[in-house]
Design a protein around this ligand. Structure first.
Ligand code: FES
Length: 169
């Protein structure tokens, strides 16, 4: 399937009517890009490419400009994200305490690379800067829950408990 066929298939599976009200409200309002992106992401969980094209058309902005804005702000995502977001801190304090090895172990446990989402869409693994809990380094956040003083040989168990897939590491 080529890119055009992929885009066409994606448009068919996306319910664009979900955002019609938002697009109508901000029609031709270039300055409303951020609230539009927030609303769109609220509906889909990310900013699907066909929707970006639709926003570009309605707000009279280039899709390139929208992607530029979306990539500038960490709150926006151009790819689908998992049901759970695992953020592993690799800030200085966590780095010194072995965050990279923790990240590697989580990556192996989830079978996913940093920045990617597991095949079952359950988890997205992200590397982030300081989470503001340096005294608990190394730390990670799973959704809204902070896990601190992690170690490579125990973090696999934490992840498996979260997955509900057993307790052995
Ligand atoms: S460096 Fe990781 S919480 Fe501050």
């Amino acid at each position: 399937m080529n890119t055009t066929q992929n885009e066409s298939a994606q448009k068919k599976t996306l319910d664009l009517s979900k955002i019609e009200q938002v697009l109508e409200k901000y029609k031709n309002a270039r300055g409303a890009l951020i609230p539009v992106l927030q609303a769109v992401q609220g509906h889909y969980g990310y900013l699907p490419e066909p929707v970006v094209d639709l926003i570009a058309e309605r707000l009279r902005i280039s899709a390139h400009e929208i992607v530029g804005t979306a990539t500038f702000y960490a709150q926006f995502h151009l790819k689908p994200r998992g049901q759970h977001i695992v953020k592993v801190c690799c800030g200085t304090a966590c780095h010194v305490k072995g965050a990279k090895k923790v990240l590697q172990k989580i990556s192996e446990t989830l079978e996913v690379s940093t920045g990617m989402t597991t095949k079952d869409n359950a988890f997205t693994l992200e590397e982030v800067a300081c989470l503001g809990a340096c005294s608990l380094a190394p730390v990670m956040m799973v959704d809204e829950d902070l896990h601190g003083k992690l170690a490579p040989d125990t973090v696999g168990t934490v992840i498996k408990e979260i997955k509900g897939a057993g307790t052995s590491s």
